[in-house]
Ligand binder design. Structure first.
Ligand SMILES: [Zn+2]
Ligand SMILES: [Zn+2]
Length: 213
């Protein structure tokens, strides 16, 4: 699988384009904004987007989802149903973050823990990781050994938990139970900032070591 990370919006949110090399089918995860830039990226790659997947309901991750779903004529899958209140509140989020006006929308379907998402010859495992938001999911490729982590885990940090229904203890336990059981070599693609690995975060992340965790 070919993984391309394209930062979008003023928050430099990492939209990811996962391309199945055998079929040229692709999924776009967290198209938070800058739809023209993302369309140009898919054109340049010569891939066919077959699904849009959302990790959670924050505007910088979902802002261009509806427009691009209409453009590509595809379904929006995810996040977990517990993030519906964030999608319902998109107009307020736009105001809060100083983004262009955003309309509420619903995905075609919600994701549930341990669901498998398929495209081309690829499979992604869904894991529910509440804490940053209650309905946050991450997506794992066991074949290519990586995790699309959204705002759950960053290089040397973890997601904010000061939003409504955020919960730091729950976030730490999501990371320990759902991510740290993966092998150390799995690459982590966070929603913001540089990539890392499960092993590096187990060893060096100050929020997750025994002392602070
Ligand atoms: Zn977020
Ligand atoms: Zn974010």
């Amino acid at each position: 699988m070919h993984v391309i990370i394209e930062p979008v919006t003023a928050f430099a949110q990492n939209c990811s384009l996962l391309i199945c090399e055998q079929s040229a089918q692709a999924v776009m995860i967290d198209p938070g904004g800058d739809p023209q830039q993302l369309i140009a990226l898919t054109t340049k790659q010569g891939c066919k987007v077959v699904k849009i997947i959302l990790t959670h309901g924050h505007l910088d991750h979902v802002g261009a989802a509806k427009e691009l779903a209409e453009y590509f004529q595809v379904d929006i899958i995810g996040p977990h149903h517990d993030d519906q209140f964030w999608l319902d509140a998109l107009p307020q989020q736009a105001q809060m973050f100083g983004f262009n006006a955003a309309e509420p929308f619903l995905p075609t379907s919600w994701l549930v823990h341990q669901q498998r998402v398929h495209f081309g010859e690829q499979e992604l495992e869904v894991r529910h990781c509440p804490g940053h938001t209650p309905g946050h999911v991450v997506l794992i490729s066991h074949q290519d050994k990586f995790v699309i982590a959204g705002d759950v885990l960053f290089k040397g940090s973890i997601g904010r938990t000061d939003f409504p229904k955020g919960n730091q203890a729950q976030l730490v336990s999501s990371i320990k139970q759902q991510l740290f059981d993966l092998p150390d070599g799995y690459v982590v693609y966070p929603g913001h900032g540089p990539i890392t690995t499960i092993g590096d975060e187990k060893r060096h992340n100050p929020f997750l070591s025994g002392r602070f965790g």
